[in-house]
Write a protein that binds this ligand. Structure first.
Ligand SMILES: Cc1cc2nc3c(=O)[nH]c(=O)nc-3n(C[C@H](O)[C@H](O)[C@H](O)COP(=O)(O)OP(=O)(O)OC[C@H]3O[C@@H](n4cnc5c(N)ncnc54)[C@H](O)[C@@H]3O)c2cc1C
Length: 310
């Protein structure tokens, strides 16, 4: 073990940030600029790095997610954050010391006054051939992010719930008249078939198998061989939270029981543990970053008391 890692493990950080997404990086930048000590633990990858054209972030006409994350890491390091590449496997409270212990899969343990969780989510994707060729350019997963890019295009929407049908009606209003919805063998709830037909939205039952086209998407093929010409696909299959390391804490969830319940300042039901990004709300860069700033300002207010009583 190197001297630097031993130093990090002996130190009590003001905050350990789990996940270098926009929320975690924004929080780290704020905390470092309050001259607080911050360790960011990130395993690499992440949804933001997959975003190829972010066009809804203030001041950026178009930027990739990779550029945002790399710039954010550079900015956090510049103000003094430590960054470790590792997977967090457990977070627990050391009750008698009122500290958190953050454990990594390679067996290291780090202590902190606060923890900020910004570990994001992973998309449920259909098992279709050539997905990576088109992911983020003409195969999309989020209407708030990329709905605009389907404007005037021949669009296929893949989904498995009533939400998908509502999405189709909304996208018909906002972006394009040329929509085909592909559902697995799902019974369409009463009223929807007529509503979709009235809007000229086609409804097909089937399992998508492959995306076709070389430089640009030309069609999607279903397992039964049906080919649907299209220029864009919106997948509406939801996502899973990257929260395995929080399971033992039994944190309170929101009214739907899926995401975590947090306060206005993004504190979870466990005092000192803050959560930002899609784990507790909307999965947008600017919203995750705003949550990170709110959490950091709140933590810093409490750190003033913690450090003045030591
Ligand atoms: C194709 C695509 C396009 C998008 N386009 C836009 C857009 O145009 N505008 C917009 O605002 N948003 C867009 N988004 C959404 C956006 O990228 C993120 O969802 C949002 O910024 C929230 O990010 P996050 O911080 O929660 O998660 P992420 O960016 O996923 O970051 C989480 C980080 O935590 C790490 N991590 C996870 N688990 C652990 C663990 N156990 N230990 C250590 N590290 C861990 C991950 O490796 C990752 O680095 C898009 C997403 C996708 C997939």
């Amino acid at each position: 073990m190197t001297g630097c890692i031993i130093f990090l493990m002996e130190k009590v950080f003001d905050c350990v940030v789990v996940g270098a997404g926009p929320g975690g990086l924004q929080a780290a930048i704020y905390l470092c600029r309050f001259n607080r000590s911050v360790l960011i633990i990130d395993r690499g990858g992440g949804r933001t790095r997959h975003a190829r054209h972010i066009e809804n972030f203030l001041t950026q006409a178009s930027i990739t997610g990779e550029e945002i994350i790399e710039a954010g890491l550079g900015q956090a390091r510049h103000f003094g954050a430590f960054v470790e590449k590792a997977t967090v496997s457990n977070v627990r409270k050391v009750a008698d010391k009122n500290l958190f212990e953050v454990e990594t899969a390679d067996g290291r343990r780090f202590l902190s006054h606060f923890v900020l969780v910004s570990s994001g989510a992973r998309d449920n994707l259909p098992k279709v051939e050539n997905l990576h060729r088109f992911f983020g350019t003409s195969f999309f997963v989020c209407v708030d992010c990329d709905g605009y890019r389907t404007t005037g295009k021949k669009l296929v929407i893949i989904g498995n719930s009533e939400k998908t049908l509502r999405l189709a009606l909304a996208m018909r209003q906002m972006y394009t008249k040329d929509i085909t919805v592909v559902l697995p063998a799902m019974k369409v709830p009463p009223g929807y078939e007529d509503a979709l037909r009235e809007e000229g939205i086609r409804l097909l039952t089937g399992e998508p198998a492959r995306l076709l086209g070389e430089d640009r998407l030309e069609s999607i093929e279903l397992k039964d061989g049906t080919r649907i010409p299209c220029e864009a696909v919106m997948s509406n299959l939801g996502y899973r939270l990257n929260d395995e390391f929080l399971k033992s804490l039994e944190l309170k969830r929101d009214e739907k029981g899926f995401k975590y319940a947090v306060s206005r300042n993004h504190e979870s039901s466990m005092s000192g543990l803050y959560i930002v990004g899609p784990l507790c709300g909307n999965d947008q860069v600017v919203i995750a970053a705003g949550g990170g700033a709110l959490a950091a300002i709140d933590m810093n207010r409490r750190l003033v008391d913690i450090h003045s009583s030591q």
